[in-house]
Design a protein around this ligand. Structure first.
Ligand code: NAP
Ligand code: ZN
Length: 349
């Protein structure tokens, strides 16, 4: 079937309306009429070919929520009308150690929701800036938040799981001092989730204007990281730091804030490398520098259920599909509190 989408034909071109096709649902497929799609900084990196290998046309979007509008004959877990979500993963090999562990995100054959290999036309996956998507049931998530919150649930499908997963992996909880660096789409979710896990949360921002706003998200303290005195007050005091910054920056200034055996996980994926950390930042206090990629499907469901239980959704600004290019520019200026979400009804024109 042919549907409306928004995407780009080249890395130096703006996004524009496109007609794309979706496959007829197979036996294990769920067809979803998309209601809303969040706008992740990864969408910008990918559509502008800031990471190698973008395939065109590129239709971004991996924070998808909507309603089931058809199911294949073998699907038992989902029914017509169910509220569901799709995140960054639409396929994987389904039989390697990573898939068996429910860590499809680390499968060597993980297929991203956009720009991944597929038998469907045009030969690579096309994402959620579109009216409809067809996905194997294994990669479909159940949403238990109230329907009125559906738009604000969309960003949980990437920003939510990308922050929840490392916080869980590093066993963040009560009694821990946790930093969240970069208060954008990911960072603002990191603050909310770490706060709900019981940690003492310190937000690090380059934007003076976010000082009060970050407290409202659940940060116990806010540090403007450009201010050396404010940074020095926190030296050697953190158990864990989650770094979401979308640009290269000096990692040593944050590593120096970790106490002995503390860890900093990078989730930000800048187009060019960070200056290397000084090894002494690590060895002097047996510190760890780690990374993390989104999260597996079972953990994404766990995160959605955790957020529903704790009343957590994203803070969003709704946009029309034809406002997407302006929204990208505003994101690059740090001018969004904290996630744009496309109202998919506006794709129809
Ligand atoms: P975002 O909404 O644009 O937020 C990024 C934040 O980084 C900004 O709000 C800003 O926070 C801070 N920042 C500081 N200096 C910056 C600079 N020069 N340029 C841009 N940002 C700067 O982005 P996002 O959607 O949260 O994504 C953050 C990064 O994570 C991106 O690189 C994205 O591709 C990556 N990502 C990774 C994964 C994963 O699985 N690892 C998943 C999703 C996204 P302040 O104003 O508070 O300083
Ligand atoms: Zn994302």
């Amino acid at each position: 079937m042919t549907i409306k989408a928004y995407g780009s034909q080249a890395g130096d071109r703006p996004l524009e309306p496109l007609d794309i096709t979706r496959r007829t649902p197979g036996a294990h497929d769920v067809q979803i009429d998309i209601a809303f799609c969040g706008v992740c900084h990864s969408d910008i990196h990918q559509v502008r070919s800031e990471w190698a290998g973008t395939l065109y046309p590129c239709v971004p979007g991996h924070e998808i929520v909507g309603r089931v509008s058809a199911v294949g004959g073998q699907v038992t877990a989902f029914r017509l009308g169910d509220l569901v979500g799709v995140g960054c993963i639409v396929d994987s090999c389904k039989h390697c150690d990573d898939c068996d562990d429910g860590l499809e995100n680390y499968c060597d054959h993980m297929v991203g929701t956009y720009n991944g290999p597929t038998a469907d036309a045009p030969g690579h996956t096309l994402g959620g800036y579109s009216q409809r998507i067809v996905v194997h049931e294994r990669y479909v998530l159940r949403i238990s938040h109230p329907e009125a919150q559906l738009a604000a649930v969309a960003p949980l499908l990437c920003a939510g799981i990308t922050t929840y997963s490392p916080l869980r992996h590093w066993k963040v909880g009560r009694g821990h001092k946790v930093g969240v660096v970069g208060i954008g789409g990911l960072g603002h979710m990191g603050i909310k989730v770490a706060h709900a896990m019981g940690a003492h949360v310190v937000a690090f921002t380059t934007s003076e204007s976010k000082r009060d706003a970050a407290r409202a998200l659940g940060a116990d303290e806010v540090v403007v990281s450009r201010n050396p005195d404010e940074m020095a007050a926190h030296r050697k005091s953190f158990d864990f730091i989650l770094n979401t910054v979308a640009a290269p920056h000096d990692l040593d200034v944050f590593l120096g804030l970790l106490k002995r055996d503390g860890a900093m996980t990078l989730v930000g994926a800048p187009a060019s490398p960070h200056p290397s950390p000084n090894v002494f930042s690590l060895i002097m206090k047996r510190r760890t520098l780690a990374g993390s990629l989104i999260g597996g499907i079972p953990e994404t469901q766990e995160m959605l259920d955790f957020c529903a239980e704790h009343g957590i959704v994203a803070d969003i600004e709704m946009i029309r599909a034809d406002e997407i290019n302006a929204a990208y520019e505003r994101m690059l200026q740090g001018d969004v509190k904290y996630r744009f979400v496309i109202d998919s009804a506006t794709l129809a024109g």
